[in-house]
Design a protein around this ligand. Sequence first.
Ligand code: CA
Length: 230
Amino acid sequence: MSKILIIEDEQAIAELEKDYLELSDFEVVIKNDGESGLESALHNEFDLIVLDLMLPGLDGFEVCRRIREEKDIPVIMVSAKKDDIDKIRGLGLGADDYMTKPFSPSELVARVKAHLARFNRLVGVASKQQNDIVEIRGIRIDKTARRVYVDGEEKIFTTKEFDLLTFLAENPNHVYTKEELFREIWDMDSIGDIATVTVHIKKIREKIEKDSAKPQYIETIWGVGYRFKI
Ligand code: CA
């Protein structure tokens, strides 16, 4: 059940809004001034806020600004004056919608539903944006964050070490010559030669292998190159 906070000093209006929202199965809390409204908004988990502009104490502009510093839930601002809507827009307070009093409570309910649906869709999309991970046995490479974990412990890699490890891990069971790896990871103009590859493989092994002398991940294929074992 979605929880709505109404910050409104006119009790009759607040009660009317509450009745309509409750009929649509929302849980509703009313606060009658800016201070307690803000306090409640910041310290409780609401899904949406209906915020009146003219409030005793802290006004709706300030309340909206302070909520936006900490929360990204939908805020519908309500005002008795049409002019205020331009002002709200002009201030860029981050309100999601504006309604001018008097409005029909069913209009409010419709807008609340629309904003909640939209917000939930956005949050759903965001939570699905997972990092691009390569995982082979105890090694976990987070390509998005460019981090490497070995048996859950983070190891620090230089840029080229990271690129080389990732390339090998993404193409396991394939033997690459040092020349191929050098071309793949370093620019053609890079200063260095295939010995650079050997040095980097050694560094990577020190970080991922339990025993560098008996590598379990990056195998040396004598006379040819390297292979990442599955
Ligand atoms: Ca008011």
